[in-house]
Design a protein around this ligand. Structure first.
Ligand code: SF4
Length: 319
């Protein structure tokens, strides 16, 4: 944590960081003094990489990719995390805090290459840091599409405060069953919280995903759901929730890329990839519920999306 307190925070944000209840974990940690909360992240800007990402959803990546900011640490800590290298509670301590100047330099270098979007990946525990980056971006006069790429374990009021600041919401909806959320994420209240979060996003954006002439999303929401091996029924319940409480017109990114984590995450995780038949059941349900917008990953995707955050570019080999 840089000393003294960086000038990029507002008084209200400093208050949030001093006794942190920014997410439903509500640790009360003094993040100005260190990263003692569940997310393991202090009040600094800890980032694993800022890079051009050609991710899973074509509408987010566009033709040329998006400038993704991968924050370290995470408030959820799922047993099956696919980004455990950078999400684990020690990750922020392993990535020294950056200056705002350094962060902006990296972002602007990428935007100057013609990239139109900036994505905040795992932003829930670094809400004040993201607010500060958004203010710094505004000062440059740049108006990129902004993407809030989140696990959805955050206060709905925080999402309400983002209205007008975030162009595209990209939340997960991992489970709707408290027992599963408790088992894999240690967060029995995840379903209640995340459902309220996606409802707030839906209130702001509705089901229309606006795209530009190149097909890149400029406003709206896309809900991501990763199908877990052995839990096809839960995936179907998640889809039923979205269809009945939001709308089947919401864009969905149905993901099959699960693979057992290669790290001891400290929580249980399914120990295999998906069976063809169980994924087919979820895909059939997706279509029969009338979902028409979005993306359904090929089952073969499990071999494609394995980031290595020790590489200069985590999603591309050989760079
Ligand atoms: S953001 Fe981190 S420190 Fe704050 S309440 Fe959540 S887990 Fe705890």
């Amino acid at each position: 944590m840089p000393e003294p307190i960086p000038g990029w925070y507002t008084a209200e944000e400093i208050g949030w960081l001093r006794a942190c209840r920014l997410c439903p974990r509500e640790c009360g940690a003094d993040r100005l003094a260190g990263g003692e909360g569940i997310c393991g992240t202090d009040a600094g800007i800890h980032i694993s990489s800022i890079c051009i990402h050609r991710g899973e959803e074509p509408a987010i990546s566009g033709k040329h990719g998006i400038c993704n900011i991968f924050f370290t640490g995470c408030n959820l800590q799922c047993g099956f995390c696919q980004n455990y290298q950078i999400s684990n509670p020690r990750a922020s301590a392993e990535h020294p805090a950056l200056s705002m100047e350094g962060v902006m330099e990296s972002i602007l270098r990428i935007l100057d290459r013609g990239i139109h979007g900036v994505g905040f990946v795992s932003p829930s525990h670094v809400y004040p840091q993201v607010m500060a980056i958004l203010r710094a971006l505004e000062k440059t006069g740049k108006k990129p599409v902004t993407v809030w790429n989140t696990n959805a374990y955050e206060h709905p009021e925080s999402i309400a405060r983002l209205e007008g600041k975030i162009s595209v919401y990209l939340p997960d909806l991992k489970y709707v069953t408290p027992e599963l959320a408790a088992k894999y994420s240690g967060a029995r209240d995840y379903p209640e919280v995340a459902c309220a979060v996606v409802k707030e996003m839906y209130r702001q954006k509705g089901s229309t995903l606006q795209t530009d002439e190149a097909g890149q999303a400029v406003s709206g929401m896309i809900i991501r759901h990763l199908v877990l091996p052995g839990h096809a029924d839960e995936s179907i319940r998640v889809l039923e929730y979205i269809a009945s409480h939001l709308s089947p017109r919401v864009a969905i990114s149905l993901m099959s890329q699960y693979y057992p984590p290669g790290f001891p995450t400290g929580r249980p995780a399914p120990g295999r990839t998906l069976y063809r038949e169980e994924y087919a059941r979820v895909v059939d349900a997706f279509h029969s519920m009338g979902f028409g917008k979005g993306w359904v990953q090929d089952l073969e995707s499990t071999g494609y999306y394995r980031p290595d955050f020790d590489r200069g570019h985590p999603f591309e080999t050989g760079s």
